[in-house]
Design a protein around this ligand. Structure first.
Ligand code: PEP
Ligand code: MN
Length: 338
C-alpha cells in the first residue's frame, strides 16, 4: 500500500502515520520528495483496511493498494491456469468447452430433446434451470426437484454432465445430489453465505458475474469459495447493466482478457443473457472466443417461442448447430481445439 500525504505535511504527521502503521503490524518506508511525502506500507495489506485506518487522517491525500484484495484467485498466487473437471469434461485446459440447454427445464421431453440435439452439435455440458430466479413472483419459477430429475434423465441418456442453478443455501443439498456443477447466478454473486456453502462442497461451481458487479467484486466472490477449500471455480461473464436499452445487458468482452491476466480461473461467456437477443448470440459467441474465453454457455430451446423463460434469447437446435460450425472455423484459425 502506498500512502501519499498532502503537500506540506509536517514531520509529526509523517511520524503519526509511521506509528499507526507499526501498531497495525506494518513496516514503513518514508520517501520525502520536493512536493510530497510518500510512505510505503510494508506488509500484507489484504487483511487490514488501510484505506479506512490511514486514509481518514486529514493530512493523508490518498492510499493506493498495491496488491489485489483477493489472494487465492490471483495470478500471483498461481501462475498456471486452473483446469476444472466437470464429469470427464475439462474447462480451462486449452480445449474450448460448450455448455448448452434451455433456460428452464420445462418437461422431460423438452430437456431430453435439447440435450440430444446440443450434444450432436458439439456441446459437452447440459445446462437447465430447475430453480429459476425470476424478477416477477408471478413468472414461472421452475420445476424444482422434478426438473432436477429430468436433468438427471437427460444426463443418463446423453452422458452429458449437468450444470444447474441453486438459489439458496437451504436447497443446496438437494441440487448438489443431482448436479455435476452448481451454478451461482448473477443475482446471487454476492450471497456470501451461499458462496461459503458451495465452497464447502467438493463440486465444481459456475460463478456468474453480477449484473452490476465489477471484475474485482467477481474475483472477491470467487475468493469466498476458494478460501473454503473448493478450488473448482469457473467464472462467467454474462453481461452487465449499462444505459443501452437495445440489448438486455452489455456483454463485457474486455473483462475476459482482463480476468485471464488477473486470475488463473477459467472463464466462460454467456452471450444469451449478455445480449438477450438470439440474433446477436452468434456474433458475440465468436467475439467472446476471440477475446480468450475458455468456452460458452448458451441457451437452446426446441421451440423458443413457447419457452417459459428467456425465449427471445434462446437459439433453436438448428441455430446452435450452425453456431458450432462457425465456432469450429474460428477455432481452427486460432489454433484451438473444440
Ligand atoms: C440463467 O443462466 O438462466 C440465469 C438466470 O443467468 P443469470 O444469473 O446470468 O441471469
Ligand atoms: Mn435464462
Amino acid at each position: 500500500m502506498i500512502i501519499v500525504l498532502r503537500s506540506g505535511a509536517t514531520q509529526e504527521e509523517v511520524d503519526e502515520v509511521v506509528e499507526r502503521l507499526k501498531r497495525l503490524g506494518f513496516g514503513a518506508h518514508v520517501s520525502r520528495g520536493v512536493e510530497r511525502t510518500i510512505i510505503g506500507a510494508i506488509g500484507d495489506e489484504r487483511g487490514v483496511n488501510l484505506e479506512e485506518k490511514i486514509g481518514v487522517l486529514p493530512f493523508v491525500e490518498k492510499v493506493i493498494p498495491v496488491l489485489a484484495p483477493y489472494r487465492l484467485a490471483s495470478r500471483e498466487y498461481q501462475k498456471t491456469d486452473t483446469v476444472v473437471k466437470v464429469g470427464n469434461v475439462e474447462i480451462g485446459g486449452g480445449k474450448l468447452v460448450f455448455v448448452a440447454g434451455p433456460c428452464s427445464v420445462e418437461s422431460e421431453e423438452q430437456v431430453v430433446e435439447t440435450a440430444v440435439r446440443v450434444k450432436e452439435a458439439g456441446a459437452k455440458i447440459l445446462r437447465g434451470g430447475a430453480f429459476k430466479p425470476r424478477t416477477s413472483p408471478y413468472s414461472f419459477q421452475g420445476l424444482a426437484e422434478e426438473g432436477l430429475k429430468f436433468l438427471a434423465k437427460a444426463r443418463e441418456i446423453t452422458g452429458l454432465p449437468v450444470v444447474t442453478e441453486v438459489l439458496g443455501v437451504e436447497e443446496l443439498p438437494l441440487v448438489a445430489r443431482y448436479a455435476d456443477m452448481i451454478q451461482i447466478g448473477a443475482r446471487n454473486m454476492q450471497n456470501f453465505r451461499l458462496l461459503e456453502a458451495v465452497g464447502k462442497l467438493r463440486k465444481p461451481v459456475l460463478l456468474k458475474r453480477g449484473m452490476m458487479s465489477t471484475v474485482e467484486e467477481l474475483l472477491m466472490s470467487a475468493e469466498y469459495i476458494l478460501v473454503q477449500g473448493n478450488y473448482q471455480v469457473v467464472l462467467c461473464e454474462r453481461g452487465i447493466r449499462t444505459f443501452e436499452p437495445s440489448t438486455r445487458n452489455t456483454l463485457d468482452l474486455s473483462c475476459i482478457p482482463l480476468v485471464k491476466m488477473q486470475s488463473h480461473l477459467p472463464i466462460l461467456a454467456d452471450p444469451s443473457h449478455g445480449t438477450g437477443r438470439s440474433d446477436l448470440v452468434e456474433a458475440m459467441s465468436l467475439a467472446a472466443l476471440a477475446a480468450g474465453a475458455d468456452g460458452l454457455i448458451i441457451e437452446v430451446h426446441p421451440n423458443p417461442i413457447e419457452a417459459l423463460s428467456d425465449g427471445p434469447q434462446s437459439l433453436t437446435p438448428e441455430q446452435f448447430n450452425h453456431l458450432m460450425k462457425e465456432i469450429k472455423k474460428l477455432a481452427a484459425t486460432m489454433g484451438k481445439e473444440v
